[in-house]
Ligand binder design. Sequence first.
Ligand SMILES: NC(=O)c1ccc[n+]([C@@H]2O[C@H](COP(=O)([O-])OP(=O)(O)OC[C@H]3O[C@@H](n4cnc5c(N)ncnc54)[C@H](OP(=O)(O)O)[C@@H]3O)[C@@H](O)[C@H]2O)c1
Length: 482
Amino acid sequence: MFEKITSPFIFTIFGASGDLAKLKIFPSLFALASQKRFPKDLIIIGYARSKKTQEEFRNDFIKSAKKACEHKDSKIPYCETTINNLIKHVHYFSGQYDELEDFDAYLEFIEFIAKKQKIHIPKIHITYFSVPPSVFQPILQNLALARKSEKDDLRVVLEKPFGEDESSAKKLFHFISRFYREDQIFLLDHYLGKTSVQSILTLRHNNMILNMLLKGREISSIQITAHEEVGVEERAGYFDEVGIIKDMFQSHLTQILAMITMSIPITADAQSFHREKEAILSALDFSPRPANVFIGQYEGYQKIKGVKKNSRTETYFATKLKIDRETWYGVPIFVRTGKKLAKKLTTAVIEFKKLPFQKNIEPNRLIIELQPREMIHIKLINQYGESSEYHEIGTSESIACRGEDCLPEHAHLLLDVLKNEKLHFLSFPEILASWNITDKILYFLSRKKQPVHVYPKGSTSPPGIEELFQKKGEYWFEIRGE
Ligand SMILES: NC(=O)c1ccc[n+]([C@@H]2O[C@H](COP(=O)([O-])OP(=O)(O)OC[C@H]3O[C@@H](n4cnc5c(N)ncnc54)[C@H](OP(=O)(O)O)[C@@H]3O)[C@@H](O)[C@H]2O)c1
């Protein structure tokens, strides 16, 4: 039996005709319904400009839910029954995003649906913005202006990207704060819905031994890797505008970095975690030198439909950062991420300092594997027969989900919104801090035309990224995996 949401709610998806809604939001609502987490009084509304009948929209919803059910990894039982029960609560409203009258009509539509379903209008109203960021502002404004009373519990979920740089993110947050209180806003980075990423906080919050090790003074370096096997494919047009620095580094990887290096707050509430993450993110430091950054592009990228001719957009990025805090003084943080590589791999490798007499041996390492395996290992030198060898003494596999309790990442986050829990969402200051360091890197790259290294598809990593290491004996630690 899963924890149930007992209070009735309305769930509106703005941009319900789009890809994100079909690929992630409908299947997530369906997955939560299949775990019987929903109360009997709920209203789900798809809002978009496209003209669709109720039936057409319900068919879209059913198609997405069925696809999720039929997926080879799906653990969802009783698909048909769940779909039949849920679909009765699903409705469609066609309206413009920038017309206040359409929002008035949409609120009347909610009243009409509630009457039809013979329920009171639920107080909790979740609104999910599954639209391009250019449409955020008119919806935010009209939703607030059309609202009949401030007594309802209106929650707004916005998905990254938040702005294009620090300055536009600031403007967006100022705009939001004209209409909403901070506690109403859920800023979503879907990486934080991954159970493996969430498990970093679980590991750190519950294991004193790890927190004693994760002090800057004991660490010689940290390496964070996020490699993907896939290329840009159907997202080519969007990706070519942004590049991997904004797409992966700006939020996903800076979040992982912050979770590993932040101080663990005593109070386990979301605000305290956000405060500590922000402290790290705002202390991130990039020295603007060519030796501290590497950009690459996979072979054949420029021939993809949607990519600009002679595009310099990076599909690979590696950098060396520092944390400007006394305890992290001199500890380099290496981050690398790229597409079309040999295998999908997201890991963090923490290397510990050696004593002077331990010159020619491997350092002790703490390895956190986030994707595709979810594991933590400690590698130590130990005595084996007559020699000392490098061995793994501790391995723990985190079983993020078992059988029917597996949820997709958006479903975890939607559940948190329904429970009004913010731990796995971002705060405004965190986002501004991570834009700040991203902007510094991008500014440097725009001033100093760095070479874009072309790398073969399927490489383990592009040749040349080892040049970020300036100390003898340092190298990228490759995890062999399965
Ligand atoms: N797709 C993904 O996997 C993914 C992953 C992470 C984040 N995101 C982010 O989530 C948001 C939505 O993604 P998406 O892929 O669903 O986008 P999308 O398909 O381009 O847009 C969603 C819906 O918004 C409306 N729309 C699109 N462009 C518009 C415009 N210029 N003006 C007004 N309305 C417009 C369209 O609905 P109507 O015309 O019917 O109103 C469209 O069906 C984006 O900001 C994206 O960056 C997407």
